[in-house]
Structure formats: C-alpha cells, structure tokens
Write a protein that binds this ligand. Sequence first.
Ligand code: NAD
Ligand code: GLY
Length: 364
Amino acid sequence: MPTLNVNLGARTYPIHIGPDLLSPSSGIPLSSFVERQVAIVTNEVVAPLYLARLSQPLKEAGILVSEIILPDGESHKNWKSLNHIYDRLLAERCDRTTSIIALGGGVVGDLAGFAAATYQRGVPFIQVPTTLLAQVDSSVGGKTGINHPRGKNMVGAFWQPRLVLADTDTLNTLPDRELSAGLAEVIKYGLIRDLPFLEWLEANMVKLMARDSAALSYAIERSCINKAAVVAGDELETAKQGGRALLNLGHTFGHAIETGMGYGVWLHGEAVAAGTMMAVELSRRLGWLSDANVERVQHLFEQARLPVRGPVLGSLRYLDLMGHDKKVIAGRLRLVLLRQLGNAVTWADASQVEIRAAIDACCE
Ligand code: NAD
Ligand code: GLY
C-alpha cells in the first residue's frame, strides 16, 4: 500500500492509497487520528454505499459520530449546503476538537473542507475521497470552497487535511462518466510536468478505462506524487511564475464552461478536458506545440472518452466568464500554457484576439 507525504513542515500529512482502506483491518486506525467526536460529511449517493463502513468502527471505538448527508451534485456546492453543515455541527454541539471527515468526491471534499476551515475558526479535517478525481487531485493540497453563481470556487480557504485515505475499492461503484472525468486531471499531471507519465498514460489508457486495478493504483499514486510536490513548493499559489497555478491547466477555460453552462451540466473533468484542448491550441498558435503534439493530446482525451471541444458560448462570453477567474490579477488574465508536452508555464501575454481564436477553433 503506497503511503506518501505532503511535506508542509509541522502540517505535513500522509496520503494512504490502496484497496480496502475503509475496513478496520487495513491497519490505519482512523480513530487514532481523532478525538472524542467526529462529523462525517457525505452525500445521498455515497452514504448508502460507504457511510456505515466508515462510521461503524469509529462508533465501536467510542467516538461520537454525527452524519451529515448533503444533496448530490455540483449545483449544491453553495452557501445553502455549507450552512446546513454549520447548522448540524452546532445542533450536535461539535466543539473545536471535533474532526470533520469528508466522505465523497470533490464536491463533498471542497464543502466539508471549507466548513472545517471556518467552523469555530478551524477544526481538524480528514479527506476520504471516493471518486478518481478526488483521489488524484481535490483531496490533496488543502483548497476548499464553494461556487458563486458568477464564478466557480470563488469563495473558499486553504485548509490542509490531517490525513487522506484513498480506498481504491470505492472506485468499483463509480459511473464510467465519472471515471473519465477523473482521468482528465490525471492526464493534466503528465502534460504539465511529467512527460514519462504522459507516455505511460498513452501506453496504458486502455487498461485504465477497463479499470485494471494495478494501473489505476499506479496512476493515482503518480498523480499524488506530482500534486504533493507542487503543493509543497507553493502551498498558497503565490509564486509569480509557475508554481501551484500550473495545476490549473485548462481550468480557466473549463471553469468558464462550467459556469456558462450551469453547474453540473458539464462535469468538472469534462470541462477541464475541453479547456485543456483550448490551452493546447493556444500553445500551438504561439509556436510552442506542433500539430503532432496537439493530435497526441487530443487522442489521449478521446481514448479516455472525454470531450475535446467546448460548447458554443461565443468566445466573447468565454472571455467575460474567464475574467472572473482567480488567476486574473489587476484585470490581466494569466493562463497556463504548454511550452512543450510535460512543461507548463504561466503566461499573461496572450492577446484577447489570440485567446478568442483558440477558443473558436475548439468549439463545436
Ligand atoms: P463529485 O463530488 O460531484 O462526484 C461525482 C459523482 O460521483 C457524484 O454524483 C457523487 O455523488 C458520485 N460518487 C462519489 N463517489 C462515488 C462512488 N465511490 N461510487 C459511486 N458514485 C460516487 O465530483 P468530483 O469529480 O469528485 O469533484 C469535482 C469537484 O471537485 C468540483 O467541484 C471541482 O471544482 C472540485 N475540485 C477541487 C479541487 C481542489 O483542489 N480542492 C481540485 C479539483 C477539483
Ligand atoms: N486543483 C488545483 C490545485 O489544487 O491547486
């Protein structure tokens, strides 16, 4: 079972990855990471599948367990769900020693993490991710938050978990479309900083799509190694160039798709895939990538059954939506582009004409 660390000094924490980690026999006694009370935040899809497996051993260890079950979906990553979590924490008299445990995908993780960051000015937090996307990306690194009707993830906080427990068996129940969405973030690591991994993905995408467990475990581990290294180097995304912002390849375009279409219509990973093709196309137009490079990336996304073209919102509307991105500083849009495959940069010098041309070239 691979165990990695996210090295953040006194706040360093482990990521455990492997099968059957939710079972008490896994050797990871969750009860030893918490005090007398926990609140498990999950949703109505994940609760019937995994909540009892997580909460039962804690209850048997004498820990008070509150179970907070949210409605499912990106459209619920908002103030209403967050307030519901606060209401329940207060009603159950949770105090500053209560650990909040996120059991679910990125939506639950981002919401529960923001509640943990803010409830009584911050309580301990544990991530138990159950989607591929959450196991390779959102559960690691401490970004938490909610959406605003005008922009994705516009309200939030950095709040690192104390532990990430990625039970790969939970992926057995994940719908195919969600598996593909997670692969978009896996491919991202290869594109931005790990060419050998990109090549491995090209050779193994068929296995990943067939849910080969060894291939999936390797992809999760390699993704987490990449994410942990980037986060350790620029935890709060303050680097002037490069740094943690590179993890957002395709996200500025992708967030425009998610907000523009209405949250939940396109899955996050689907929007990231189409958004990455826009970033790749712009990189080609800047003379950094060849036509063959673009085709290679497109082929990989297609093998993962991900969209390679965005919806026709109009490139002006894209630009308007992208103007709300957190990478806009003093009105200047900073995009993540590819100098080469495996080598991403942040770039603030693309003109609106160039950006619009790349978007138009990548829409249906
Ligand atoms: P999600 O949380 O909506 O989960 C996808 C779907 O799968 C949901 O319907 C969920 O109920 C269901 N599900 C979860 N686990 C399951 C399982 N084991 N079996 C069956 N169904 C299961 O979506 P996601 O793709 O996990 O996460 C997307 C969110 O993550 C977005 O809001 C995105 O902004 C956020 N995100 C955050 C970060 C970060 O660093 N914090 C990084 C990337 C993405
Ligand atoms: N998913 C982007 C980040 O964690 O920085």
